[in-house]
Ligand binder design. Sequence first.
Ligand SMILES: [Zn+2]
Ligand SMILES: [Zn+2]
Length: 230
Amino acid sequence: MSQELIHEIIPVGMLQCNCSILGDPATGEAIVVDPGDEVERILAVVRRHGLKVRTIVSTHTHIDHVGGLAELHRETGAPVLIHEADLELYKNLDVQAQWLGIPTPVMMRIQDFVRDGDTLRWGGYQARVLHTPGHTPGSISLVVGANPAPPTEGRPAATADSTASARLLAGDTLFQGSIGRTDLPGGSFPQILASIREKLLVLPEDLVVYPGHGDTTTIGSEREFNPFLR
Ligand SMILES: [Zn+2]
Ligand SMILES: [Zn+2]
C-alpha cells in the first residue's frame, strides 16, 4: 500500500464528539464512525477527498454519537451499523434530547448490527469490532488496520496490528486519563473496567487510541497513567 490511510477527525455538535472519516486513497472507499451532528461538515470532508462512504457505524447510541445517522444515511445510502444491545437506547433518542435540552434529531430504523469479532472492510482497510460494554450495553471499540495480506506459500498472513495505519477508535469507553461515565441508564462501572482490561489493555502498547471525545493517547500510556486503571 503506497498511500496512507485518510483519517479525518471532526469534533461535532454541542458535546464535541470526535467523528472519524476513514478512507482508502487508492480505492476511494470510506467508513464514517460516530456522525453525531453537523452532517454537512462530514460530507464536505468526504467530498474533498473524493470518497464513497461504504459503511456508517456508531460506537454507541448516545445522542452525541448518533444524531447525524439518519441524515448521513439519506445522503450516502450507506448501511448503518450499531451493536444490537444499544438499540433500545437509540429508540429513546427523544429522552436523550430532553436531557440536553435540544431538539430530537431525525431518526431512522436501524436493522443492521455488528457483533464482537466482526470485521468491517473498505478498500484495503478493515476495522475489527470489539464489544466493550459498560458505558452503554452496546458500546463497541474498533481496531483499524490494513487488510492482512493473503497468506502465501511458507509465509504467514501479516496482522493488521503490525501496520502503520493501526489505531483504536475507543468511543466513550476509554479516554486520555479517564474512562467513560457509567451513571447513565444501562451503564456499569464493573463492566467498563472489565471491558477495558480484557479487550483494550491487551492490545499493543504503541497502538494509538482515538477516544470519542478529546485527545488521542496510546494503550501503553493509559495502562501506565490512567488513574481508573491502576
Ligand atoms: Zn456516550
Ligand atoms: Zn460521547
